[in-house]
Design a protein around this ligand. Structure first.
Ligand SMILES: Nc1nc2c(c(=O)[nH]1)N[C@H]1C(S)=C(S)[C@@H](COP(=O)(O)O)O[C@H]1N2
Ligand SMILES: [Mo]
Length: 198
């Protein structure tokens, strides 16, 4: 696509690309708590809330019109599978800074997904330049199983941080554990130091 940014996650440049305790898979498994959400895009919105000057709500068309980034990344699920060289297309997290004024007190982001799913990230990790709200996977729109219409991709943390069926982001001054983080998973989730459970 014209004018599109292209990002390669730094983890893909490691000599050893598979973190300890992981094995490779050739296809992206489907994994989530509960069933697959079927989202009606005419009703879908992306909400930026919490510590922002004013809440911002975007329709699918507005979200889809934002500048796009193409991302190559390896992904690592805490249950032990890793998939190398996945390709995503979507909206870089940093684009959100142009949509809402984030207050200086904000230090954490809580990403919300359908069915009350949440996951928490420090602002530094949320705004890392390989973090993308993906609309596309391998050149096609994301399928319902993988989070249609929009799913987050946070390549450098375990894949549970990569919320599917995203509905928005809330900025916070204090950290608040998300869904998996309060059901036994680590608060941070670095695959290279095996921050699996906590
Ligand atoms: N909304 C939502 N997103 C989620 C989850 C979930 O339970 N709900 N599980 C996470 C986990 S544990 C993994 S491994 C990935 C799997 O993504 P995939 O099904 O596209 O492979 O989604 C993540 N995103
Ligand atoms: Mo996972």
């Amino acid at each position: 696509m014209d004018g599109e940014k292209f990002v390669i996650s730094p983890d893909t440049q490691r000599n050893e690309r598979v973190p300890p305790g992981q094995r490779l898979t050739m296809n992206l498994p489907v994994l989530q708590y509960g069933g697959v959400h079927k989202i009606d895009i005419s009703k879908w919105t992306f909400k930026i809330t919490g510590l922002v000057e004013r809440d911002r709500i975007l329709s699918f068309d507005q979200f889809n019109a934002l500048p796009k980034t193409s991302l190559i990344a390896d992904v690592h699920c805490v249950t032990g599978w890793s998939m190398l060289e996945t390709r995503w297309e979507g909206v870089s997290s940093s684009v959100l800074k142009s949509l809402a004024t984030i207050l200086p007190e904000a230090r954490y982001a809580l990403v919300h997904g359908a069915g009350n799913f949440t996951t928490n990230l420090s602002l530094d990790e949320f705004f890392a330049d390989d973090v993308v709200f993906a609309l596309g996977y391998e050149g096609k729109p994301i399928t319902p199983e993988h989070g249609y219409p929009v799913r987050l991709v946070v390549p450098r943390l375990y894949f549970w941080k990569s919320a599917k069926w995203v509905t928005g982001v809330e900025f916070m001054d204090e950290d608040r554990r998300g869904f998996w983080e309060s059901h036994g998973y680590h608060n941070h989730g670095d695959p290279w130091t095996e921050e699996r459970y906590g």
